[in-house]
Every structure is written in structure tokens, then in C-alpha cells.
Design a protein around this ligand. Structure first.
Ligand code: ACO
Length: 329
């Protein structure tokens, strides 16, 4: 392992479906209100993929932009990782479908199933492959069609989710790059957020469909508590070894599950949410793995991240899983 190799983001891209679903639209579908959704979550609208648009379609759109911004072509990529819990199908992997659509050579390609923390895990894997000198450029995509696993009759979950994709090309950089990575998981709390049927435990059948077991089921209240504690702890685990404190971080770019969670995490970290917390949950809702990937691409696009800045990516999700990454831009 060449530990002196600096690995960073050399290209970023994002894709959001055009179709906007507002809180007012949701008021017509379930017993909810714009006021409740905004006050409890911070979400005003979310994007919904059009009929027939699959996760790989969104992934490819984000990937093409990431490659363009890296000034690379699909032939320059040596590994494709797709983080998703809403793959096009169980197999082949969405990463293999993306490889074909991008026209990439016969490079390795695989999916990772880490829910909302998927982009963190994907970056962590890519970082290792580039650092070790195995690959020069790795494409990490986080793409989700959460609308495909959403129960549109369940007001406690359908107001939260959205569709989208973010992509990053990781490669060697001259300065800065990824400074630390912290990942974790706790399978004992897997029941708090899951899609019960469709796998080998409970294969798809007429009764599983009738019982609505192909939709995500969430114990929101309990997840909320874990999310605040774990995201704050993960931030500490990633920053402490570098001797960094909240005030040393220029921008926190978190997974966007709930505005109240993010404000509580910012408070625990001792950072001013107005200045140092990147938020786009109001526009997109929770896009699982895609949330932090889109947030990073958008923060850079908007000029919120400047050369030399120290940024913190921080995510938490089903599994439970979590990850925090410090990057010098
Ligand atoms: N509109 C109106 N009322 C609602 C709605 C709605 N859409 N949804 C729930 N309510 C009601 C409930 O029925 C309940 O009513 P009651 O008091 O009469 O029983 C009341 O509002 C309060 O419900 P809570 O569930 O306690 O509301 P809470 O403040 O906890 O907010 C939420 C719910 C938004 C889901 C929150 O708990 C949350 O964000 N949890 C964390 C989600 C998360 O982090 N997920 C992990 C990542 S996602 C991933 O990995 C894919």
C-alpha cells in the first residue's frame, strides 16, 4: 500500500428526475399537510423518476457528468461501484448494467447494499483501490429509486423519500484528498428499517404483495434517536484522529434524512448550521445513498466548497450502517 498517495475527488455529477412531487400533491394522496411535513422533516418537495426510468438510467446520467467533469471517458475507468438498495433487479448488478450503458471496457463492476451510507462505503472502497495503486480511476455511483419501494398509502414514510443519483470519480490528487474514513454497522437494529419480502427469507408471492411487504417499513422515532447519536459519534471518530474540532471543518455535507436530525447533529458537533451545514433536503427529501452524493456534487457546483477547504461527509442508514469521511478539497 502506497500510503503517501493522496486520493481525492476528480469528478462529480448528479441527476435528479424532472418530476417534482410537492407536499401539496401529497396532501391529495394521504392524510398529511405541508405544515406537518415541513415542521417534522424540512422537506418541501422531492423528485420522482418517470415510469420506466430505472436506477441504472439515473446512475448513468450522473456518471456521464462525473466523467465529463473529470475530463475522462468511460474507457479511463478501471472499477465501477454502485451503491443502491433499489437495484434495477436482483441480478445482474446495477453496476454491470451501468458498465454496459456507459460503454466501459470489461472492468470489474459491483453493487454495494448499504442503504443511506452507501456513498460513504463506496468512497472508502475506491480510496483503498486507488491508494494501493491497483486502479487509477474508480467510478462510485449512488443511485436510488426510493419511489419503487414506497408505500404510497403510508403517510409515515411516503412523505420522506425521493429519487436521484450522484456520482464521483476518485483518483490521485496532488494536494489534500481523503484524510480519514470511519465506517460502522450494527446488525442488531436491522429491524428498524427494512423491506421484508422479495429476498430468500420471504420470496415474492401473491400473499407478500397483498400484505404490502415489498415496501420499506420504518420505525421512524427510534431511528431518529440513533441517527443523531451515531452521526455525531461518526463525525468525532473521523475528525479526532486528525486533531480536528468542529470549528476546523469548513462544511459538513451529511446524508439528508431529516432537518431536525441534522440540526441536532450540528449542535452536538458545536457547528453553526447556518454557516457550516449543507442542506438540500427541502428540494429532494431522503434519496438514501444518493442523498450525500447529490449533496456533495451540488455543494461543489454552488461554490460552497473551495480549494483548501476541509469538508466532512457524514451518513447513517438502514443496517444500521454509518460512515464519516474527512476530505481536504
Ligand atoms: N402527516 C401527518 N401526520 C403524520 C405523518 C404525516 N406524513 N406521519 C406521521 N404522522 C403522525 C403520526 O401518526 C403521529 O400521530 P399520533 O401522535 O396521533 O400517533 C404523529 O404524527 C407523530 O409521529 P412520529 O412518528 O412520532 O413523528 P416524528 O416526529 O418522529 O417524525 C419521522 C417522523 C419524520 C419519520 C422521524 O421520526 C424521522 O425522520 N426518523 C428518522 C428517519 C431516518 O433517519 N431514517 C434512516 C435513514 S433512511 C434509509 O436508510 C433509507
Amino acid at each position: 500500500m502506497c500510503t503517501n498517495v493522496k486520493v481525492g475527488f476528480v469528478g462529480l455529477g448528479k441527476y435528479l428526475p424532472e418530476n417534482r412531487l410537492t407536499n401539496k400533491d401529497l396532501e391529495k394522496i394521504v392524510d398529511t399537510s405541508d405544515e406537518w411535513i415541513v415542521a417534522r422533516t424540512g422537506i418541501k418537495e422531492r423528485r420522482i423518476a418517470r415510469e420506466g426510468e430505472a436506477t441504472s438510467d439515473m446512475a448513468v446520467n450522473a456518471a456521464r457528468l462525473a466523467l465529463k467533469s473529470a475530463k475522462l471517458s468511460a474507457r479511463d475507468i478501471e472499477l465501477i461501484i454502485v451503491a443502491t438498495i433499489t437495484p434495477d433487479m436482483f441480478f445482474p448488478s446495477t453496476a454491470c448494467i451501468v458498465q454496459e450503458k456507459l460503454g466501459a471496457p470489461k472492468i470489474p463492476a459491483f453493487d454495494i447494499s448499504v442503504a443511506c451510507s452507501g456513498f460513504m462505503y463506496g468512497i472508502a472502497i475506491a480510496n483503498q483501490f486507488v491508494k494501493s495503486g491497483t486502479y487509477k480511476h474508480v467510478l462510485v455511483i449512488a443511485a436510488e429509486k426510493m419511489s419503487s419501494v414506497t408505500d404510497w398509502k403510508d403517510r409515515s414514510t411516503c412523505v420522506l423519500m425521493g429519487d436521484g443519483a450522484g456520482a464521483a470519480v476518485l483518483g490521485k490528487v496532488a494536494d489534500g484528498g481523503i484524510l480519514s474514513v470511519y465506517l460502522g454497522a450494527d446488525g442488531t437494529k436491522g429491524n428498524l428499517l427494512k423491506m421484508p419480502a422479495g429476498g430468500s427469507r420471504m420470496p415474492a408471492s401473491i400473499s407478500t404483495v397483498e400484505a404490502g411487504l415489498h415496501y420499506l417499513k420504518m420505525q421512524g422515532n427510534e431511528l431518529f434517536r440513533h441517527a443523531v447519536k451515531i452521526m455525531a459519534e461518526a463525525a468525532l471518530k473521523a475528525t479526532e484522529p486528525l486533531g480536528l474540532k468542529g470549528e476546523d471543518i469548513d462544511l459538513v455535507i451529511p446524508h439528508q434524512a431529516n432537518l431536525r436530525i441534522l440540526h441536532a447533529v450540528a449542535k452536538r458537533m458545536g457547528i453553526d448550521p447556518e454557516k457550516k451545514l449543507y442542506l438540500n433536503i427541502n428540494k429532494y427529501g431522503n434519496m438514501s445513498a444518493a442523498s450525500s452524493a447529490v449533496a456533495l456534487a451540488e455543494a461543489v457546483e454552488e461554490g460552497r466548497v473551495k480549494k483548501g477547504d476541509t469538508i466532512l461527509l457524514d451518513a447513517f442508514g438502514a443496517g444500521l450502517t454509518w460512515g464519516a469521511i474527512v476530505v481536504k478539497w
